[in-house]
Design a protein. Structure first.
Length: 158
């Protein structure tokens, strides 16, 4: 309950207070201009960082590794982009923290220390050279007589 209270009540009130204070100091139009400027800079930074993260994730998947860090970075980038598009200087500061690589890495490092990643089907080996090819040898043949007998047998019961 408390995080939601903070998110939906306290944060917007703080944002309004900061916007009014900044508007009083530099004027209304420059304040609105700053809000638009942070949104434009944020979208540009989001696009650049998002492409970089996507390329690293694709490279890890190509080598058979799990792109866990890149997936979490993607979530950070999405949250940061949404916060930068939200009018206000507090949300912009938090949004930039999610988008700036050094700050994002610091936040991710703290978060990933508390996360365990488990790959379905067994433990994950990061060295893909140790893995052999996934080949299952066997033979397959279809016996047409048995297939027809089953179909004919079904019709006899009806």
């Amino acid at each position: 309950m408390r995080p939601l209270l903070l998110l939906f009540i306290v944060l917007p009130v703080l944002e309004m207070w900061v916007l009014i204070t900044v508007g009083r100091e530099i004027g209304a139009l420059p304040t609105i201009g700053l809000v638009f400027l942070t949104a434009i800079v944020g979208v540009t930074l989001l696009r650049r960082q998002g492409l970089s993260t996507l390329m690293r994730a694709q490279e890890k998947m190509r080598t058979g590794d799990i792109p866990a860090k890149e997936m979490v970075e993607g979530i950070f980038l999405a949250v940061g982009g949404a916060l930068l598009l939200t009018p206000g200087f507090i949300t912009d500061a938090i949004g930039f923290a999610c988008l700036i690589p050094g700050l994002r890495q610091l936040l991710l490092g703290r978060l990933l220390r508390h996360v365990t990643i488990v790959r379905p089907g067994g433990p994950h080996r990061s060295d893909s050279s140790q893995r052999g090819p996934d080949i299952i040898e066997g033979e397959f043949s279809r016996d047409e007589r048995k297939s027809r007998e089953r179909v004919d047998h079904k019709h006899d019961k009806d």
